[in-house]
Design a protein around this ligand. Structure first.
Ligand SMILES: C[S@@+](CC[C@H](N)C(=O)[O-])C[C@H]1O[C@@H](n2cnc3c(N)ncnc32)[C@H](O)[C@@H]1O
Length: 297
């Protein structure tokens, strides 16, 4: 097991904005080629992120950026976009069918879906992240909307040290409503203890709650398979940023131990087929992350 002092939580906090910067740059593609539509992303990112959005209005710079990212890690451009589309669609569907009454986004970073999806804005929601990101997000939301939209509560936490249930309860989430949980690109930044503690929390969710989360295959974390991205492995695993992965073969049993049933465990090749192919763009599929959807029994 990793020691807490070896976990680079500050480094993890710094990753909170990157997916939203990619989504913001994506808005510079012609509408019919965009994998995701998001008018809030360009407004909620930092000044340096906005500078890149400005530069990538020029087609040649934008194409250079996408190609350079793809060369460094196959699928790294589309992965942020397709996972967001997938989670958006599951969430919109659950709300439309009246099957959930709350949303909790754990490690929300600068994700915008609770602000951009009109379909979910009547649902009480909580966004949870490290204090540094929560405070910055509050300031930026105040700039964009004048105040934090009142269906969302922002909750500061360190998952390695605090109880999720207690932090949420302080902000009015009592755990009684059927909840749509989002845990997008977060599990790899935690240690096994914190992942198990997160599932102790999920285990208390009412029947019918849903969970959409991504994970990194365990054999990447252990260095048994670099998936062609050895340089990236050195950046994220050796430098103590990523710590945890699931073995896909053990996932259903793991979820079942906590009272959850696996609905699907998708590769990004499948997600790209769904969301990239119809745009006509040629983008690689990320192999070092997978997308899971599950239901509480
Ligand atoms: C790669 S970002 C993903 C952000 C967002 N979910 C998305 O996909 O757009 C990882 C997020 O997890 C959060 N995180 C990582 N470790 C954490 C911890 N120990 N406690 C609280 N949040 C943590 C980071 O602060 C960061 O915002």
């Amino acid at each position: 097991m990793q020691k807490k002092d070896k976990i680079n939580t500050r480094g993890a906090a710094n990753t909170g904005e990157k997916p939203t910067v990619v989504v913001a740059i994506e808005q510079n593609f012609p509408k019919e080629e965009r994998i995701i539509q998001d008018a809030i992303a360009p407004q909620i990112i930092s000044g340096s992120g906005r500078f890149w959005v400005y530069l990538t209005k020029i087609n040649a710079i934008r194409n250079w950026m996408v190609n350079a990212s793809e060369k460094s890690i196959q699928g790294v451009w589309s992965c942020f976009l397709v996972r967001k589309r997938y989670i958006d669609e599951r969430l919109i569907d659950e709300v439309a069918q009246n099957r959930i009454n709350a949303v909790v986004n754990l490690g929300a970073g600068f994700d915008t879906r609770l602000y951009r999806l009109s379909e979910v804005q009547h649902i009480p929601s909580w966004e949870v992240d490290q204090a540094v990101n929560i405070n910055t997000k509050r300031e930026r939301l105040q700039k964009v909307f004048k105040e934090v939209p009142n269906h969302v509560k922002l909750v500061p936490i360190n998952f390695l040290e605090q109880e999720i249930g207690e932090a949420l309860e302080e902000q009015g989430y009592l755990g009684e409503a059927k909840t749509f949980f989002i845990w997008e690109a977060v599990s790899q930044y935690l240690d096994e203890t914190a992942v198990n503690k997160t599932f102790d929390f999920f285990a208390k969710a009412p029947t019918g709650s849903k969970l959409a989360f991504t994970y990194v295959p365990k054999n990447f974390i252990t260095g048994e398979n670099f998936y062609g991205a050895e340089k990236f492995y050195k950046q994220v695993v050796k430098r103590k940023l990523w710590h945890f992965g699931f073995n896909p073969n053990e996932l259903a049993a793991y979820l079942s131990n906590y009272g959850w049933q696996l609905i699907e465990d998708l590769s990004y090749a499948e997600l790209n087929n769904r969301y990239v192919k119809p745009t006509g763009r040629k983008l690689g599929a990320m192999e070092i992350e997978r997308m899971v959807y599950a239901e509480k029994l």
